[in-house]
Design a protein around this ligand. Structure first.
Ligand code: 4GX
Length: 245
């Protein structure tokens, strides 16, 4: 799988992609990340990528020509999706991240300033992606988030083969709590069940913890999934408690 990122700040990506899991995936040949400087696709001597918006108002807007030129040069096939990172986009979640990982090439356009000429989103981008309801100073961090979340779904990128599929969001719940040594840290103790050696009991405890935390913090996740009879039983005492109040 190959990511092509179009940006006016290519150096920003080195900091993130030169270490960790993403870097290892590149070294293993599982993914390629190509960062393109938008200025290289300008034709004027000032390498101008932006201009004042028609209709007045403050600020600057990215011109369409260099972006179209970049995508036309980079794109392998009409099937390659082209995404504009923007607060107006479809919200990124694990489903969208997995969907992206199924393409052999994905192009990401990072805008800055007041935005990008609307003809880019109307006639060039397949779709717009947002990483959340807040305003960033540019699309670069959003593109990094998209790449990071998507590469985890490529087989071989994350250590254990199917650990991605066991990830909490896949199962519609948050994670259970994790502990490591020491057993007693300044009087804060690890739940004894975890060193009981009884794996059935440990599993049941973890499931209950995960379900309780999800019920408390992200009830929306539970609503979208059908609970097994065992999980219902695990949650019932909590619901009962609520009814009594
Ligand atoms: N999730 N921003 C993009 C400039 C811009 C505006 C409109 C295209 C269209 C963001 C987000 C985000 C701020 C990146 C505005 N580009 N991107 N930038 N949230 O806030 O993705």
């Amino acid at each position: 799988m190959r990511f092509d990122i179009i940006t006016i700040f290519p150096e920003m990506f080195e900091a993130i992609f030169s270490g960790g899991v993403v870097n290892r995936a590149v070294e293993k040949g599982l993914i390629e990340i190509h960062v393109h400087n938008l200025r290289d696709f300008t034709t004027d001597k000032h390498k101008q990528v932006d201009d004042r918006p028609y209709g007045g108002e403050e600020g600057m807007v990215f011109k369409p020509e260099p972006i179209f030129a970049a995508v036309e040069r980079i794109r392998w096939s009409p099937q390659t999706p082209v995404y504009l990172l923007s607060p107006q986009g479809k919200k990124l979640d694990f489903r969208l991240a997995e969907e992206l990982s199924g393409h052999s090439q994905v192009i990401l356009i990072c805008g800055r300033y007041e935005g990008v000429d609307e003809r880019v989103s109307e006639n060039l981008a397949t779709d717009e992606i947002s990483i959340g309801d807040y305003i960033l100073t540019g699309g670069e961090l959003a593109a990094m988030v998209v790449v990071d979340a998507a590469v985890r779904f490529i087989p071989g990128v994350v250590g254990k083969e199917d650990s991605v599929r066991h990830d909490s969001f896949f199962e519609g719940r948050l994670d259970y709590p994790q502990y490591t040594r020491p057993r007693d840290f300044r009087g804060m103790k690890v739940p004894p069940v975890l060193f009981s050696g009884d794996h059935k009991k440990i599993d049941a405890w973890r499931r209950k913890q995960a379900l309780e935390k999800t019920r408390q913090r992200r009830p929306d996740l539970l609503e979208r999934r059908t609970l097994s009879p065992e999980d219902k039983k695990r949650l019932d005492p909590i619901q009962d408690e609520r009814k009594r109040r």
